[in-house]
Design a protein. Structure first.
Length: 156
C-alpha cells in the first residue's frame, strides 16, 4: 500500500475533498544542499493535488488523513500511461517502415502511433479510474485541529 498524508478541504455527504502536497525525494539525504536535482526542485512551482475520497466519518477542514492506494493498481496505471503510447509509437513506426521502406513513413507512423497510444491510454484511464480498486482510500484519521488547545498557566 502506497500511503500519503493529506489535508481535508471539505466534507459533504460522505465525500471528502483532500489536498495532497507533492513531496520530492530530495531533502532526505545529506548532500541535498549541493545536489543539482534538489536545486531544480526548489526552483519549480509548489504543487498540490486535490482528490475526492469516500469517507463514512465526518471530517472538518484542516484535518489530516492518511490515504492509500494499492501498489498493484499504481503499477498498472503507470504501465498504461507510459507503455501504451510507447508501444504505439514503436509499433506503428516499425509497421510503416516495413510497408513503405522510407524514414518519412516511419516518422509519420511513429507520430500517428504515439498520438493513438496517448488517446487509447486516456480512454482506458477514464474507464479504469471509476473502478473501486483504483480509488484511494482513507486509512487513518488524525484528530481535528479544533480538538487541540493550548493552556497557559500564569507564572507567579
Amino acid at each position: 500500500m502506497i500511503k500519503e498524508w493529506a489535508t481535508v478541504i471539505s466534507w459533504q455527504q460522505g465525500v471528502a475533498q483532500l489536498r495532497c502536497e507533492q513531496r520530492s525525494g530530495c531533502g532526505n539525504c545529506h548532500s541535498s544542499g549541493s545536489c543539482g536535482t534538489s536545486i531544480l526542485n526548489k526552483m519549480g512551482p509548489e504543487s498540490a493535488h486535490q482528490l475526492k475520497v469516500e469517507s463514512k466519518h465526518p471530517l472538518v477542514p484542516g484535518q489530516r488523513v492518511e490515504v492509500g492506494i494499492t501498489e498493484a493498481s499504481l503499477i498498472r496505471s503507470a504501465l498504461l500511461v507510459y507503455m501504451l503510447p510507447l508501444v504505439g509509437l514503436i509499433g506503428c513506426a516499425a509497421l510503416m517502415q516495413g510497408w513503405f521502406n522510407t524514414d518519412l513513413a516511419a516518422a509519420f507512423g511513429g507520430l500517428i502511433g504515439g498520438v493513438g497510444g496517448f488517446m487509447l491510454a486516456r480512454f482506458y484511464a477514464l474507464r479504469l479510474g471509476n473502478e473501486r480498486q483504483y480509488q484511494p482510500v482513507i486509512l487513518q484519521i488524525a484528530l481535528p485541529p479544533s480538538s487541540f488547545y493550548l493552556r497557559q498557566d500564569k507564572a507567579e
